[in-house]
Design a protein around this ligand. Structure first.
Ligand SMILES: NC(=O)c1ccc[n+]([C@@H]2O[C@H](COP(=O)([O-])OP(=O)(O)OC[C@H]3O[C@@H](n4cnc5c(N)ncnc54)[C@H](O)[C@@H]3O)[C@@H](O)[C@H]2O)c1
Length: 350
């Protein structure tokens, strides 16, 4: 109403859980919502959907004036579409409901994975590598931070141009991690790294454990990663060959992880975007500071990242084609079929 210009917009409500308190509809107080949710869930659902349609109208008005809007991975676009909001585009580029959409599989707005995380990180194998210092000691975490920094600085020197920026960002992150109190849970850290980075960092931890410099370290990662999750509206949303609506990668990934040396694996469902919308696979690997651990970490981490890069490369994502070729150069035993690119202009003339 006040004709404000907004540069950047997103929605960060808990829409993975819309009917049980993840999204409070406009027009009802907190107490009224809680009461309605318990006494008349159908009516509450109507109120949420009405509110989502209203919110979408407001977003569409702003984006027409130039706001860049993106889905934050909280299922906003999906729930708005289910609510009958005008979250699609028709042939002429007008905002319309699903029935009138030119393409029902693609919303009018991208998810942050389609525009940012996918092409910049996941396609190259960069994802949230995690470790926990089982000793629970802050000094161990400090030592692992220093080891990881050293490894990334060394790898950056010989990294190709395509990933220099990511390497630099991750070095900056880990150097500032302690000061910024980025402890997740107990003495644990998350650091974005690609396959080579994860393997080299893990190997350096294993060596430090062998020398008695640090205690046992447990490796893992977040589900929001290259390979472990099939989630068509989030982690795999930038896979455009139609296969993002399948749920095979997470399963394949944990099976590979399990016999390549993970200490435990897990398959779960719902992570971040809601039950029934996603399959997540995860692992834990205990480093014991011996040769056996080194063999396991090399074999498993290599698979855990490159499995997803292969899938992304088959979908013809540029960064992933680059990354899988590089992985095959560093490991001649790896053979992944490369996509044959079609000259789009040929198709247009048909
Ligand atoms: N992209 C990612 O990597 C990522 C990471 C973490 C979480 N998520 C997703 O983001 C969502 C939010 O996560 P969170 O941990 O911040 O949840 P949260 O429950 O802590 O925060 C949600 C906030 O939304 C507010 N809210 C609810 N209805 C509202 C409305 N109609 N208008 C304005 N505000 C409203 C709530 O008061 C609450 O403060 C979840 O769906 C989660 O799965 C995505």
């Amino acid at each position: 109403r006040q004709d404000l210009h907004i540069d950047l917009g997103s929605d960060q409500t808990s829409l993975h859980n819309p009917w049980a308190g993840g999204y409070y509809p406009v027009g009802l107080s907190f107490e009224e919502s809680n009461e309605l949710m318990a006494k008349d869930p159908e009516k509450f659902k109507e109120k949420v959907q009405e509110s989502l349609r209203r919110q979408t109208e407001a977003i569409n008005r702003h984006t027409k004036k130039g706001t860049y809007f993106f889905d934050y991975g909280n299922a906003f676009l999906l729930e708005a579409s289910r609510a009958g909001a005008k979250i699609f585009k028709d042939e002429q580029g007008n905002f319309v409901t699903a029935e009138k959409a030119k393409d029902k599989e693609n919303f009018a707005y991208p998810s942050y994975v389609q525009d940012i995380m996918g092409p910049m990180c996941f396609d190259y194998g960069f994802g949230p590598f995690r470790w926990v210092c089982a000793s629970g000691k802050q000094e161990d975490l400090d030592k692992t931070d220093a080891i990881a920094t050293e490894v990334l600085q060394r790898l950056k020197e010989n990294s190709p141009e395509e990933i220099q920026q990511q390497m630099q960002d991750n070095i900056k992150w880990i150097q500032g991690a302690r000061e910024n109190k980025l402890v997740v849970g107990s003495q644990a850290r998350i650091l974005y790294a690609d396959a080579l980075g994860r393997i080299e960092i893990a190997k350096a931890f294993n060596d430090a454990i062998a020398k008695g410099k640090i205690g046992t370290v447990v490796l893992g990662r977040d589900h929001h990663d290259v390979s472990g999750t099939d989630s068509p509206y989030r982690e795999t949303s930038n896979i455009y060959d139609g296969s993002r609506f399948t749920a095979d990668m997470a399963i394949q990934n944990v099976i590979g992880d399990s016999f390549r040396g993970a200490t435990w694996v897990s398959i779960h469902n719902g992570g971040g975007v809601g039950w029934g919308e996603v399959i997540n696979g995860g692992f834990g690997m205990v480093l014991e500071g011996n040769k056996e651990s080194e063999r396991r970490l090399r074999s498993m981490l290599y698979w855990d990242v490159n499995n997803g890069i292969a899938r992304r490369s088959w979908a013809r994502n540029d960064g992933a084609v680059f990354a899988i070729k590089r992985a095959m150069e560093t490991e001649p035993q790896l053979k992944v079929t490369l996509p044959n690119m079609v000259d789009e202009s040929l198709l247009k003339t048909l």
